[in-house]
Design a protein around this ligand. Structure first.
Ligand code: GAL
Length: 369
């Protein structure tokens, strides 16, 4: 009898063990509670950011490391110095070392298709961070801001400051766009032109240089030096005694380059005031220029919130849940429409910087000294 019970117990234990093992295999994990087919808590998230030359990517990276850490993940954060090959090899290494999820802000949106095939083969999911990854099926989600709206905000600021709605003009304007290999560039530019075009048509805005197409006005790698050289050239060849009244600039770094060229040309005095000039990213160096009256506006995108979106998506993917999204239409990457979560951008100038940037803790008063 005792033997019979013992035998029964052994069978029950064996069956239970088999069931546990079967459940663990179904989850694809090694049988510990922290791992699963999706990666699970404790797994490593590879974070590939483009460059440290712009403060914003440092903030993005730090915020994600902190937030993923708080949810029980390890992170592997790398910056590629704006070099495409470096970014590809960093992603390659992340996959090889067993990272379970990749969060990527691409330098060149079209350059990652091949390395992402490796990710797919390894079962590693990919979230495009702020910049959409193009021409690839292997992008699961996109976390960003409403990029078209960013361009609209910049253009609306110019319209407002020049009084274009009251019929004022003509004013001279120059247009700048971002890097041609960044998908956001066309969204910013198209957003801006959706507002500015009608004033160009009515000749309330005149593009002194005549350079209007995105292929003429873009700025490779968002490089301030390239923008500065282009502005310098435009001033020398197209302006003479004419005055530049407004500059559409898509990003604070580019704006700083443009302002440097304008100042070298004598702008920034009562007789030759700086034009209305926009920006993006609310970088401390540029907010200082807003306070000193050199830059007019910037578009603030709270990267801490963007990091939260990416971490929410990543956590859901890694634990077999469903990421929250709010856009399934706008972002076609050439291969598929990538489901996205888009945050709202905010236009900031002297009048609201305190409320938007200081009171929210995005910048401290010391950052602006
Ligand atoms: C864009 C991004 C902007 C700005 C720019 C240059 O992709 O959306 O906010 O940071 O890159 O870094």
């Amino acid at each position: 009898m005792r033997h019979a019970r013992a035998a029964q117990l052994r069978v029950t234990t064996a069956v239970t063990t088999v069931l546990i093992l079967a459940a663990a295999t179904a989850c694809g994990g090694g049988g510990t509670s922290s791992s699963s087919a999706h990666g699970g808590k404790g797994s490593t998230v590879g974070i590939a950011m483009p460059t440290k030359t712009s403060l914003r990517w440092i903030v993005d990276g730090q915020a994600m490391v902190k937030q993923f850490g708080a949810k029980g993940y390890k992170t592997d954060l790398r910056y590629a110095n704006n070099d495409i090959d470096t970014q590809v090899s960093q992603i390659h290494k992340m996959i090889a070392q067993g990272d379970k999820l990749l969060i990527i802000s691409a330098i060149d949106g079209e350059a990652l298709g091949e390395v992402l095939l490796e990710a797919r083969d390894a079962g590693v999911k990919v979230i495009a961070y702020d910049r959409l990854i193009l021409a690839s099926n292997d992008v699961s989600y996109y976390a960003s801001f409403d990029n078209f709206k960013v361009g609209q905000l910049q253009a609306e600021y110019i319209v407002d400051k020049l009084g274009l709605k009251n019929g004022k003009g003509p004013f001279n304007i120059e247009l700048f766009a971002g890097s041609p290999d960044d998908n956001n560039t066309q969204y910013f530019y198209n957003g801006s032109m959706s507002i500015l075009q009608k004033y160009i048509d009515k000749k309330q805005l005149v593009i002194g240089s005549g350079q209007k197409r995105i292929t003429q006005v873009n700025t490779l790698r968002w490089d301030p030096g390239i923008a500065q050289a282009r502005m310098k050239d435009i001033l020398a060849t197209s302006y003479g005694s004419q005055h530049v009244d407004a500059v559409l600039s898509p990003y604070d770094g580019i704006t700083r380059g443009i302002i440097a060229a304008l100042k070298a040309d004598g702008y920034g005095t009562p007789a030759k005031p700086l034009p209305v000039i926009t920006g993006q990213d609310a970088e401390a160096a540029s907010v200082k220029l807003i306070l000193s009256g050199e830059q007019s506006e910037t578009v603030y995108k709270d990267n801490r919130k963007l990091a939260r979106v990416a971490v929410q998506m990543g956590d859901a993917i890694l634990t077999g849940g469903k990421p929250e999204i709010n856009d399934t239409k706008q972002y076609d990457n050439g291969n598929k429409i990538v489901p996205a979560y888009l945050l709202p951008p905010v236009s900031v100038d002297k009048t609201n910087y305190k409320r938007e940037l200081i009171d929210t803790g995005y910048l401290t008063p010391a950052d602006l000294k």
